[in-house]
Design a protein around this ligand. Structure first.
Ligand code: SF4
Length: 500
């Protein structure tokens, strides 16, 4: 199995002794309870954890006295500073800065070392997975354009996406129906029956490995706007996919109270030392059930993502709860948004979203939620298929249709639909929901800025107009247009749509 995640996660585990890992898993559980239960959080914050809560600590496998965590109520700012996502890249410095204080709280210090290493690993893995890996160059260049485009639109959030290239849904819809579902998942419909479709599924996996190469085809997930639990043979599909591509893929599930399901997932991932599955916790009651049903050490590598209403984690305002919020485009230099730009999407796939029940394919990439792209991803193209052979050719056709190596002459020179173009000092600014890109102090930028705020012309016409009407140097014109294309500023959806 060629899973780089397994290697890097093992590297983290190797930095700690077995005994330390037992302790870490207990501190992890303490903070899960703290995060997911408002009553317990209030007790901890005031330093008054009552007898019953202390008994429950023991009952769910937290063996240390609550006093070990006293820093949480005595000096909460230190904890916040240490675990703030903004600071994780400087983790060594933070621990050194607070070394003296943390010395009195060895369990907290141990846990902080563990989670800060984990954060660094996640960043590193995301970076690695964004690198070109596919044997299909057209697709790879398109993916790179979409990745920079997502970073431009989503800002800091965009840098934490690992951009898997494939999502293969094994059911129609989702049984969980979360109130906040940013993908607006429909009610559960048909399931991809394993007995009937084993060969079909393996054929699709083989086609993906053939088109992208086995390693790149491993950048996949077997769910998206669907719930893995809904397909009773989900783990068999995971096994088949790993068998063909060599990659063990991740699982996130919101069905956490079913002990057998979680035990089966743990058993599947255990031999690979991977930090999976990930559990989306929808209520405090479910959190308690998880803690009752599994020991801290069993869940050592499992992230609990708190999706409770009162968890304080803001939801992405897309899909079922679509709402517009202010972003950088409303900021005109005089008003200040005071750091309130929301996370713009929960989407991650930059490539193909495939539903194996409906037998349809969408070419997608993450973007900032809007009325038009309410699920937080753009759809560039769609196709349907019947057999594995159809699937193979539909995928190649979509690559051919939507992924030119260079901007075709007839492609409209039109900006991405999230961008606002504002004229600026000898040039222009492109304002995305999360960032401003400056193109200033060059006559070619000034000419291009004037062109971009007019109705769009074709790429070839733009080239001629900039040279003939604005008298710009052809090499500079070529470079600046290429820059717009390669950095994902141009609207390739409309270009794609004009072709099908
Ligand atoms: S958020 Fe996930 S689990 Fe919840 S309804 Fe949407 S797809 Fe299903």
């Amino acid at each position: 199995m060629h899973n780089e995640q397994s290697y890097s996660y093992q590297h983290i585990l190797d930095a700690f002794t077995q005994e330390q890992l037992y302790l870490i898993s207990q501190v992890k559980r303490f903070f899960e309870w703290y995060e997911g239960d408002a009553d317990f959080r209030a007790s901890v914050n005031t330093g008054r954890v009552n007898d019953e809560q202390q008994r429950r600590m023991k009952q769910i496998g937290i063996d240390f006295p609550v006093r070990e965590m006293a820093l949480v109520w005595e000096n909460p700012e230190i904890i916040k500073e240490c675990i703030s996502p903004k600071r994780s890249s400087e983790h060594a410095d933070i621990l050194i800065k607070h070394a003296e204080l943390l010395h009195d709280y060895p369990l907290l210090e141990l846990w902080l070392r563990f989670i800060l290493r984990q954060r660094m690993r996640i960043k590193e893995v995301c970076k690695q997975r964004r690198l070109p890996d596919s044997k299909n160059t057209r697709f790879e260049n398109w993916r790179i354009r979409r990745i920079v485009s997502a970073q431009s639109e989503l800002g800091g959030y965009g840098h934490n996406i690992d951009h898997p290239i494939l999502a293969l849904e094994l059911s129609e819809g989702c049984s969980v129906q979360c109130w906040f579902c940013s993908f607006s998942a429909q009610k559960l419909g048909k399931i991809l029956d394993y007995q009937e479709n084993k060969d079909f599924f393996r054929g699709v996996a083989r086609a993906c490995a053939d088109i992208f190469g086995s390693k790149a085809a491993g950048l996949a997930m077997l769910y998206y706007a669907s719930e893995p639990f809904d397909n009773p043979r989900y783990i068999d599909y995971l096994r088949d996919y790993a068998d063909i591509t060599g990659a063990v893929t991740c699982t996130s599930t919101a069905v956490c109270a079913d002990k057998k399901w979680i035990d089966d997932l743990l058993a599947f991932y255990r031999p690979y030392n991977l930090p999976w599955p990930r559990l989306s916790v929808l209520s405090t009651k479910i959190l308690h059930k998880i803690h009752d049903q599994h020991t801290p050490y069993e869940l050592r590598d499992v992230s609990l993502l708190m999706q409770l209403k009162d968890s304080g984690q803001p939801k992405v305002l897309g899909g079922r709860i679509l709402a517009q919020k202010d972003d950088m485009r409303q900021c005109n230099g005089k008003n200040d948004l005071q750091g309130s730009i929301p996370q713009g999407s929960i989407a991650c796939v930059t490539g193909f979203l495939i539903n194996l029940v409906r037998k349809d394919i969408k070419l997608v990439s993450p973007c900032y939620v809007s009325e038009k792209w309410s699920c937080g991803y753009r759809i560039f193209d769609q196709a349907s298929f019947d057999t594995v052979d159809d699937f193979h050719s539909a995928m190649l056709d979509m690559i051919e249709r939507n992924m030119p190596e260079t901007p075709p002459a007839h492609m409209p020179l039109q900006l991405r639909d999230d961008l606002v173009c504002r004229t600026a000092e000898k040039g222009f600014d492109l304002v995305s929901p999360n960032q401003i890109h400056h193109f200033q102090n060059k006559s070619v930028f000034q000419a291009l800025g004037e062109l971009l705020i007019k109705p769009p012309v074709s790429y070839a016409d733009a080239f001629d107009i900039l040279m003939d009407k604005y008298g710009q140097n052809p090499l500079e014109v070529q470079a600046v247009l290429k820059n717009l294309f390669n950095n994902g500023f141009l609207d390739e959806v409309r270009f794609s749509a004009s072709r099908f």
